[in-house]
Write a protein that binds this ligand. Structure first.
Ligand code: A3P
Length: 304
């Protein structure tokens, strides 16, 4: 779980905000970005040190990186991408956390065979600098903020000791609609700026909702982006195998990363579930906050 501070904090108050979270049970703040404290156990280092190692990490030109704000459907797209690169609709034996940059020891990332499907919720400025030099393919997944809020609530509130008890709590620590340039918004805006200032880095942008609506077409487009010639039948098989219910079942047999709190990743997998949980006031607050992303090239869908 990586969440950014507001833009103002990030630029002028990084040191202050980095120390302000020292006692938070949920986050450790590195360079203005809130990162799940629980990852320090699985990556086996203080997060600040881990991030420095990540930035310096040697990449390979056939690496692929999935970059997404937490709860945007990273597991889904990771499995789809892994299947495409493997050329078969068979599940990876390990969970995507083995290739999740903030959660995994750098030595383990380093020793993984190619092609690696790396993934992260961190903003790109905290990820390997070589993304630019090696022109690593980046798959950026985004999802509407209301479903992210609900999904994050059910995920984080399961983690013992983090003190998240309501949707308002999640909104406050993670989404930040009351703060101009709040966390979710800052992540997406920074991504947009990164794309614009690095036109040589290949980006494929996927919306959760579009993928849900027509997974087969999305698998085909993803294959094109990855420069893989994939028979139509395999695209169909991959879209089918990565449907929510299938992935939820397959997850039971996957090898999990040690020392990560276990929480249910496959909850509902729907678009518009927010309507069952958010108040009108909360929904309106998020609508207002969305205005911040008006100038960005995102097409948000709150229902299908
Ligand atoms: P919900 O909590 O709304 O169900 P991430 O992988 O980035 O942590 O995102 C998790 C969200 O993606 C969860 O949303 C999860 O259920 C959903 N998800 C996982 N696999 C999916 C799939 N194959 N199809 C649709 N949604 C999926």
């Amino acid at each position: 779980m990586a969440v950014q501070q507001s833009k103002t904090d990030e630029t002028s108050n990084a040191t202050k905000s980095d120390s302000s979270n020292q006692n938070s049970p949920l986050f450790v703040t590195v360079d203005g970005c809130n990162i799940g404290r629980f990852f320090e156990k699985s990556c086996t280092r203080p997060m600040k040190e881990h991030v420095e190692l990540l930035k310096a990490l040697e990449l390979r030109s056939d690496d692929v990186l999935i970059a997404a704000f937490a709860k945007s459907g990273t597991h889904w797209i990771w499995e789809m991408t892994s299947m495409l690169l493997a050329g078969k609709a068979e599940y990876e034996k390990r969970t995507k956390e083995f290739a999740m940059m903030e959660a995994t020891k750098v030595e383990k990332i380093d020793s993984q065979p190619s092609p690696r499907v790396l993934n992260s919720h961190l903003p790109l400025r905290l990820l390997p600098l070589q993304i630019k030099e090696k022109k690593v393919k980046v798959i950026h997944v985004y999802r509407n903020v209301k479903d992210i809020l609900v999904s994050a609530y059910f995920h984080i509130s399961q983690i013992p000791g983090v003190g998240i008890k309501s949707f308002d709590d999640v909104e406050r620590v993670m989404i930040g609609p009351d703060v101009p340039g709040g966390d979710y918004f800052a992540y997406l805006k920074e991504m947009e700026e990164y794309k614009k200032s690095n036109p040589d880095v290949p980006f494929f942008i996927m919306s959760y909702e579009d993928t849900k609506e027509d997974p087969e077409t999305m698998v085909k487009k993803l294959a094109e982006f990855l420069d893989i010639d994939v028979p139509l039948q395999l695209c169909r098989d991959i879209a089918h195998a990565t449907a929510f219910s299938k992935m939820k079942e397959a997850d039971k047999n996957k090898q999990q990363v040690e020392n990560l709190p276990q929480s249910k990743m496959y909850r509902k997998g729907e678009v518009g579930d927010w309507k069952n949980y958010l108040t009108v006031a909360q929904s309106e607050r998020l609508d207002a906050a969305m205005m911040e992303l008006q100038s960005c090239d995102y097409h948000f869908r709150f229902t299908l």
